[in-house]
Design a protein around this ligand. Structure first.
Ligand SMILES: [Zn+2]
Length: 701
């Protein structure tokens, strides 16, 4: 995952009374950081510094914007677009630190501050995006961008800002703006309703087991978790399974009780569709209609057209064609998987037809028989320090860069490691933080962010300070941290995001390394490919005790396991992506009947009865109350790109091909924001990406 800070989104400000006043001289945010490489002085920052820094940051930012809009001179690139691009520096600095601490090392005080900040975030952003005078000055530059003798990057950043304003309605007549504001208000209300209904539906179901026989097939660790959940609910001695994925998925995978599997899976896929007060069907109909109205107001044929116009894919038709290509390849494989599992059922004398709630259970049997890969067998070869050195080695072979450990750089938690990254010629490139282990103060998952983006100031390059955060297996009393292979790929993934930030060379904040949603996972996912290459594994995957190189038999298993159950995985994902695209492609203000709509959409692509879309409409949070409306496709779009990019290396006969690495660094990383994503990719690859490498990787071709 990559956390991006867009100028307008990152700036969070609050009018806040009652905060402890801090003398200006004591607040480390108010002066240049006097630290090695000017990293944030984490050893001097405490929670009382944030609110005053935010307040001051807001004040400065407003003054900067006032200065732009009240300039008596005609708008130029420098006095308007550039000034706007450089504005809000203090605010950006403080929010980068604050955001990382609230997610990576939080406490009650930080949470309280965050809560007070949040309702006012949108107000500050709105004040900027609705600043009519500011828009008019940016528009003035935009209208004359070709006469002003601007270079291509100046034109691009001007166009980006202009589009940002236009896409939020700045160019509409007053009455249409009012209409848009009303649509936006209703949309935020309905998306809130959608999310609350799901929360309530999640809470309202529990599978309570009080008969030990009903635990048949479940591994002890799963039983223990369910017993713990029952204890917490005051039902000591029983077992509880819920609609959280880590609870119901293992149940479906292992439970031999077919009726109970059906019960819990039905509860999962009927959420929001039960005809009770938490039903989401009406809410969806409203959201879809409102989004259509919004798109129409902004001059687009459909909401999907509005969203995708800003992405690498450009049009809904391109996305549809792309998804269908993958669909046609994966559906036959899923059908074969059904046949394979039905054979097991028949052989066991099951006398029933495979149903959706049987899939995980029989797939697990197939996995055991054909792909058995035991994490415990692998882990000794993946000590954290070996994996880290392995990924540094890959980056060194590809790009010549080196990593030097530092112990004098202030960190916000004592076991964080910091490295100075240098170019092949020894020139400083940037700083990398690695925060490895879980703790109570850290949220789940893994992510990459930065404390300073690379850019330009007063004609000089500013180097990036990248930060990666993980929740990896910890060291134990008698062994170092030993990772599962999934954790290994997670490390390579976040490291890939950090390389994108370190290499980024753009001059302007709005465009430097700032790529659309369907591009952002390319730099990260591509690195995962190297992690599982035998040539790479032979170097870094060594037994932590004996130093023995990982046996080829295990490498074979790792590679083969990547193809397990991929028909199902791809089909359930694509079904949801196509459903998302259909909802947001309506071109008239239809009153949708959700049940019929979903049925028709899935029927038209020939989804088989044994598979349900990864998310059905009534609990499809990504698109109805999340960040991915008309954008659920981006995960597999980026997967196609990363597989195709890696295939370029692989088919050249040298996975460290220097020429390709130079091109990838230049066009896809350093200059990624300089032009449209596909244009940049084309410069690297010399052709459009093909879906074949992904299909082959997943065993679908
Ligand atoms: Zn990512």
């Amino acid at each position: 995952m990559k956390k991006f800070s867009f100028l307008l989104l990152a700036i969070v400000v609050v009018i806040f009374t009652g905060c402890k006043s801090v003398k200006k001289t004591d607040n480390p945010f108010f002066s240049e950081y006097k630290t090695p490489f000017q990293v944030p002085p984490f050893d001097k920052i405490d929670s009382t510094h944030f609110m005053p820094a935010y307040l001051e940051g807001m004040k400065q930012h407003n003054e900067e914007i006032d200065k732009i809009v009240n300039d008596d001179h005609a708008a130029t690139f420098e006095n308007t677009v550039l000034s706007f691009d450089k504005s809000g520096k203090l605010l950006t600095n403080v929010s980068k630190v604050f955001n990382q601490l609230t997610e990576g090392n939080t406490n009650q005080q930080l949470q309280d501050i965050a809560r007070k900040l949040s309702p006012l975030t949108s107000k500050h952003n709105d004040d900027i995006s609705m600043n009519e005078k500011l828009f008019q000055r940016i528009k003035a530059v935009y209208d004359k961008r070709f006469e002003m003798k601007l270079d291509s990057q100046q034109i691009r950043v001007t166009e980006k800002y202009y589009r940002d304003f236009v896409r939020s309605g700045a160019n509409l007549p007053k009455n249409k703006q009012d209409e848009l504001r009303k649509v936006n208000e209703q949309l935020s209300l309905q998306t809130l309703n959608f999310g609350e209904n799901i929360l309530n539906e999640n809470k309202s179901f529990k599978l309570v087991i009080d008969n030990k026989n009903d635990l048949e097939g479940l591994p002890q660790s799963v039983i223990d978790g369910a017993s713990e959940a029952a204890k917490e609910a005051g039902m000591q001695g029983k077992w509880i399974f819920t609609l959280a994925k880590p609870s119901w998925i293992p149940f479906l995978q292992y439970s031999a009780k077919r009726d109970l599997r059906e019960k819990i899976y039905r509860a999962w896929f009927m959420r929001g569709d039960n005809g009770n007060k938490f039903d989401n069907k009406e809410v969806i109909a409203k959201i879809v209609k409102l989004r259509y109205q919004k798109a129409k107001l902004l001059g687009y044929e459909s909401y999907a057209a509005y969203v995708i116009d800003d992405n690498m894919a450009k049009t809904p038709a391109n996305v549809k064609q792309f998804l269908m290509k993958l669909w046609d390849a994966s559906l036959p494989v899923a059908k074969k998987e059904v046949i394979e599992m039905q054979k097991i059922i028949d052989k066991e004398g099951g006398k029933f037809k495979l149903e959706p709630w049987d899939w995980w259970y029989y797939a697990e049997k197939v996995r055991k028989a054909k792909y058995d890969l035991d994490d415990n067998e692998l882990k000794p070869y993946f000590s954290l320090s070996n994996v880290r050195d392995g990924m540094f080695m890959v980056a060194n072979k590809l790009y010549g860069i080196t990593f030097t450990k530092h112990t004098d750089i202030p960190v916000y938690q004592k076991d964080i490691e910091t490295y100075e990254v240098k170019e092949a010629d020894g020139k400083h490139l940037g700083i990398l933080y690695l925060d490895y282990y879980p703790r109570d103060s850290k949220r789940g998952g893994a992510w990459c962010t930065d404390f300073r983006s690379s850019g330009w100031e007063d004609g000089k390059k500013v180097d990036a300070i990248e930060s990666t955060t993980f929740n990896l297996s910890k060291p134990t009393a008698d062994a170092p941290a030993l990772l599962t292979f999934e954790e290994v790929t997670t490390m390579f993934h976040e490291f890939g995001h950090s390389l994108h930030g370190l290499f980024s060379l753009g001059k302007y904040t709005r465009t430097a390394g700032n790529v659309p949603l369907d591009y952002v996972e390319l730099p990260s996912q591509v690195m995962e490919n190297w992690a599982s290459e035998p040539e790479v594994l032979h170097v870094y995957a060594k037994h932590y005790k004996t130093g023995e190189v990982i046996p080829d038999k295990l490498i074979g298993k790792i590679q083969k396991s990547g193809q397990f159950n991929q028909g199902f995985v791809t089909v359930e994902y694509l079904a949801a992506s196509l459903l998302d695209l259909d909802y947001h492609s309506i071109t008239s203000p239809e009153d949708i009947n959700v049940t019929e709509f979903e049925k028709k959409a899935m029927g038209s692509i020939g989804l088989i009865n044994e598979i349900i879309p990864r998310y059905r409409s009534t609990y499809f949070s990504h698109i109805f109350d999340g960040e991915y409306p008309a954008g659920y496709y981006v995960y597999i779009w980026a997967a196609v790109l990363d597989a195709d990019a890696f295939n370029a290396f692989k088919s050249s006969g040298d996975i460290y091909n220097k020429q390709l690495a130079d091109k990838f660094r230049k066009y896809c990383l350093a200059e990624s924001g300089n032009d449209e994503g596909m244009v940049q990719y084309h410069k690297f690859r010399g052709q459009e990406p093909s879906v074949d490498p992904l299909l082959i990787r997943r065993g679908l071709k």
